[in-house]
Structures are given as structure tokens and as C-alpha cells.
Design a binder for this molecule. Sequence first.
Ligand SMILES: Nc1ncnc2c1ncn2[C@@H]1O[C@H](COP(=O)(O)OP(=O)(O)O)[C@@H](O)[C@H]1O
Ligand SMILES: [Mg+2]
Length: 162
Amino acid sequence: MSLMLEDAWRKFRYSLGSEEQTVDFAACFSSMLRPADVVALHGELGAGKSVLARAMMRSLGVRQQVMPSPTFSIIQEYEARNCRVAHMDWYRLHGAEELEIIGVREYFQAPWICLIEWAERAPDLLPTTAMYLRLMVVEDRPSCRIVEGRVPASRAWKGWAG
Ligand SMILES: Nc1ncnc2c1ncn2[C@@H]1O[C@H](COP(=O)(O)OP(=O)(O)O)[C@@H](O)[C@H]1O
Ligand SMILES: [Mg+2]
């Protein structure tokens, strides 16, 4: 069993004042991702998980013009620069069993980087090393979001300048 101590994570929280800032944060965050990374994207419907995921995929080098929602397919696969990206949405799942059948663990290894919306549907399936990003809407500020998350402290990431 692998144990991740609390201080093995670096936690952060930023205010994203516009969709452009979310895209900028996504580019910054994805610059430290590498194959075998798993990023769980949390937040209510409309919080911006897909906006964030697509911006991360662009930054990772996905050139495909259309990036369909994985809500029905569960997984969308992309070629990127030096990696492949699996954009997932577990919203429609009824349990971890379905994911086991799909063979989801294959994607938790190189050359894949996984971006998973609604990972809370099957939290036990995530590797203990999974990072997460949580987006939150801000009352009376429709274009503003809060993002909080965690990355391994060992990862050389300076954070987002904003
Ligand atoms: N700062 C922001 N960051 C991300 N999305 C934003 C922001 N402000 C407004 N939005 C809007 O919020 C919506 C987010 O939708 P989406 O990414 O599909 O949400 P989710 O995948 O979490 O259900 C989009 O319509 C987007 O234009
Ligand atoms: Mg979505």
C-alpha cells in the first residue's frame, strides 16, 4: 500500500475572474503534468470543469478541433505532445464496476494523462497519487470561479501568478 502523507501535498486556492483567467490557469497547471498523472476535476454542473479540461488539453498539445463531451462515451482519447490524454466524465456511471469493465486503470499509466470530471462517482478507483482541482461558482459574479486543489509537493510547480 502506498501512503501519501498530508504534507506530501501542496494545496492552493486561486480566484479566477474570467473564463480567460481559467484558461490561463489551465495552461500554467498543465505545464507541470506528465504521463501517468491523474487529475480529478470536481465541482457542480456548470462550474467549469469542461472549460478547464479543454484548456488543459490544448496546452498539452491536443490539436483536434472538436473535443466532444465525454458525458455519454465516458472516455474521449486524444493525441497530445509527448503524451496521450484521456478526458473522462464519470457522471453517468452507477459504480466502479462499469469502469473496471472499460479497463480504466490502463489510463492511469504512461503514456496517458487523465482528466476526470465527476471522479467522485468512483473515488476508490482513483490512484492515491491523483491530484485534484475543485471549481466553485461565486455568488453574484457569474464569470468568476474559485479553484482549489493539490499537487504533489515534490513536483516543481511555482503555482499560478494570476
Ligand atoms: N471563470 C470561468 N471559468 C470557467 N467557466 C466559466 C467562467 N465564467 C463563466 N464560465 C462559464 O461556465 C460554464 C462552464 O461550463 P462547463 O465547463 O461545461 O461546466 P462543467 O463541466 O463543470 O459542468 C461555461 O458556460 C463557461 O462559459
Ligand atoms: Mg463537464
